[in-house]
Ligand binder design. Structure first.
Ligand code: NAD
Length: 336
């Protein structure tokens, strides 16, 4: 099948080519650097499928253009599908596939890396020592043992993180509309969101971005947090109201902030913009805080995860070519 692969980087090409060969799939993969949007959808002409990533915009206009060119499948290289208008895809007769599970450890372990770095100020210590400054003032951390970690969303990634943090001797509180019985048996206590915010030294977000979780962490939620608590978001940027957390950082309510995702990351992340003037003033303000650590949506980026993403993506495309249905289809919302 001919597939137009959008938002391609060298590493995507490397892992997709390897999976295409290893699975003997023989798909014709046309690699495009452009992000998929209503303006760039025309680049998918002649392709039966498009392969897209987290910051590609699959809104109604994009999907209409794709459908007009004969595209029948969107194969996402991600677990999240918040960037796809599923109702529009259904109307246009386009199936949407995703990679539901690919190394939850990759994201959970990156979350732990952020927690440890922020707690012990590793990002500051690294620069100080290189600068010949060996003073410890400002680098005071705390023992994780005995601290309370609040995990919002205990699906694959949240559950993996909960188990890791229990290994540090932390008490784990969780909030999820669908509690995990296995985690409960391991001693994870489920609470309301308000209780979790009030009781946690570290709050970490692992729920999907939906209309319900959009700005889940807003000014009201920040006000409920423990003074000086740590907040980590490795899920999707818009779960956090960035302006509200900036206010929380200024007041000291948020003592440490770790972000692997940002609500306006589409114009920034995955690109080398080091020669350009940063135009996003909200993001620029975030970078001024010594107790903020931002990584550019790299939590998934391990060999194991990239291999699994590529193999599942190729398998989705092969299943669609053979049967008209991908292996891991995102169900379309009911017609209404
Ligand atoms: P999952 O579907 O296994 O788990 C999501 C959990 O969130 C489920 O248990 C669900 O019940 C729960 N949930 C739904 N609505 C909720 C709400 N309102 N409040 C609290 N919990 C709620 O998904 P996963 O594989 O664990 O991934 C979680 C998210 O992580 C994805 O949706 C994606 O946005 C993000 N992610 C980020 C990266 C990255 O590189 N930073 C990589 C992969 C996934």
């Amino acid at each position: 099948m001919k597939v137009a692969v959008f938002s391609t980087k060298s590493y995507d090409r490397q892992f997709l080519d390897a999976a295409n060969a290893a699975l003997g799939a023989g798909h014709e993969l046309a690699y495009l650097e452009a992000r998929l949007s209503a303006q760039t959808a025309v680049l998918a002409r002649d392709a039966g499928a498009v392969c897209a990533f987290v910051n590609d915009e699959l809104d109604a206009a994009t999907l209409a253009t794709l459908a007009g060119q004969g595209v029948k499948l969107v194969a996402l290289r991600s677990a999240g599908f918040n960037n796809v208008d599923l109702a529009a895809a259904r109307r246009e007769g386009i199936a949407v596939a995703r990679v539901p599970a690919y190394s939850p450890e990759a994201v959970a372990e990156h979350t732990v890396a952020m927690i440890l770095a922020l707690n012990r100020h590793i990002h500051r210590a690294y620069n100080r020592v290189r600068d010949g400054n060996f003073a410890l003032d400002g680098l005071l951390g705390f023992d994780l043992k005995g601290r309370t970690v609040g995990v919002v969303g205990t699906g694959r990634i949240g559950a993996t993180l909960a188990r890791i943090m229990q290994g540090f001797g932390c008490r784990v509180l969780a909030y999820d509309p669908y509690p995990d019985a296995d985690l409960q048996a391991r001693g994870v206590a489920y609470a309301s969101m308000a209780e979790l915010l009030a009781d946690s030294d570290i709050v970490t977000l692992h729920c999907p971005l939906t209309s319900e979780t959009h700005h889940l962490i807003d000014a009201q939620a920040v006000a409920r947090m423990r003074h000086g608590a740590m907040l980590i978001n490795t899920s999707r940027g818009a779960i956090v109201d960035t302006r509200a957390v900036i206010d929380g950082l200024k007041s000291g309510r948020i003592g440490r902030l770790g972000l692997d995702v940002y609500e306006e990351e589409g114009d920034l992340f995955f690109e080398d913009l080091s020669e350009q003037v940063l135009q996003d003033d909200v993001f620029a303000r975030l970078l001024t805080f010594p107790n903020v650590l931002v990584t550019a949506h790299q939590a998934f980026f391990t060999i194991e995860a990239m291999t699994a993403i590529a193999e599942t993506t190729i398998a989705n495309i092969s299943a669609f070519a053979a049967t008209g249905r991908p292996e891991h289809e995102v169900p379309a919302p009911a017609a209404g």
